[in-house]
Design a binder for this molecule. Structure first.
Ligand SMILES: [Zn+2]
Length: 314
């Protein structure tokens, strides 16, 4: 990663002939990251084409990039169910009772689908990774193996809620994915998006304090870098109205307190265990709503590790 001169404007023409122009934010691993005027969020250029990405995610992602994820995912389950139930509680509050059809795009190993089914939702998923889709099916989930796009979207059905957890940062055209998801929703249906919250004041402060590079910039896996403003604007432009914003524990607080987990996997696991303990301690003491209020307040301040929005189709 190299230093970037101030106020450098970079331009790149995509395969569809549209010009992506924006201020150069940083450079990493042969990619420029720009704050794109066309897209309204930060992304790498050049963007890989969809076919290239499809090959990577079908076979390699869980095998090479996340080799222990499937094996260890079960260990986090009690903690992961907190945010799964937060979302389902929000969906159920915002939708009238009979409307319980859910699609999870990029459902991964299927844990969210399993939780939703246990709460009475008719839940199905689509997932490009062969290994993850097989795992989801082993949990009893109804999953189409494939990439969500113009060819597969019309085969999936109609839904009252569409959920995309850690998907939009990976895809070359997030606006297209959001438009296709909108087409599958009934009137007043809900879209729930969860992406990393990047280029935050906490990250910038941790960088300065510990002389770190921008550790969260991870092309080619992370192509897009959102925050609450750019994520909200993406859904608004697609015809949604944001109803809720929340986040997860601001992991950068560990860095700001001097614990540099960015190059130390064991310390990273220890910090992860501590944030799980924080969330579960509140839950076990009966303060679920306090935890939710805390994370909603952080989201209002633009902070927290993830940007989560729930929006209604207008
Ligand atoms: Zn762009």
């Amino acid at each position: 990663m190299s230093a970037v001169a101030a106020k450098t404007v970079v331009s790149w023409t995509g395969g569809d002939g549209r010009d992506h122009d924006g201020m150069l934010v940083t450079r990493a691993k042969g990619y420029d990251v720009i704050d794109c005027a066309l897209c309204g969020f930060r992304h790498v250029i050049p963007l890989p084409d969809a076919a290239e990405l499809e090959r990577a995610y079908r076979e390699k992602y869980y095998a090479e990039e996340k080799p222990t994820f499937l094996a260890h995912a079960g260990e986090d389950q009690e903690w992961a169910e907190l945010s799964q139930n937060d979302r389902l509680d929000s969906f159920e509050r915002l939708l009238p009772v009979p409307r319980r059809r859910l699609l999870d795009i990029g459902c991964g190993p299927g844990f969210f689908l399993k939780t939703a089914k246990e709460r009475g939702w008719a839940a199905s998923g689509i997932e490009p990774s062969r290994q993850a889709a097989a795992h989801a099916r082993s949990l009893g989930a109804d999953v189409m193996e494939g990439f969500f796009g113009p060819e597969t979207a019309p085969c999936l059905g109609r839904f009252d809620a569409v959920h995309l957890n850690n998907v939009l940062e990976h895809v070359p055209d997030p606006a297209l994915v959001v438009r296709l998801a909108r087409d599958l929703l009934t009137h007043g249906g809900l879209l729930c998006l969860n992406v990393p919250n990047d280029f935050t004041p906490f990250q910038a402060s941790a960088r300065a304090s510990l002389s770190l590079s921008e550790w969260w910039v991870a092309p080619p896996h992370h192509l897009n870098y959102f925050d609450f403003t750019s994520l909200s604007s993406l859904v608004a432009r697609a015809g949604f109205e944001v109803r809720e914003k929340t986040t997860s524990f601001p992991m950068e607080t560990f860095l700001l307190m001097g614990l540099d987990y960015t190059k130390d996997a064991a310390l990273g696991r220890a910090c992860h265990a501590q944030r799980k303990k924080f969330d579960l301690s509140l839950e076990h003491a009966g303060f679920r709503e306090t935890r939710r209020t805390f994370y909603r307040a952080l989201a209002e301040a633009g902070l927290g590790r993830e940007a989560v929005v729930i929006a209604v189709k207008r």
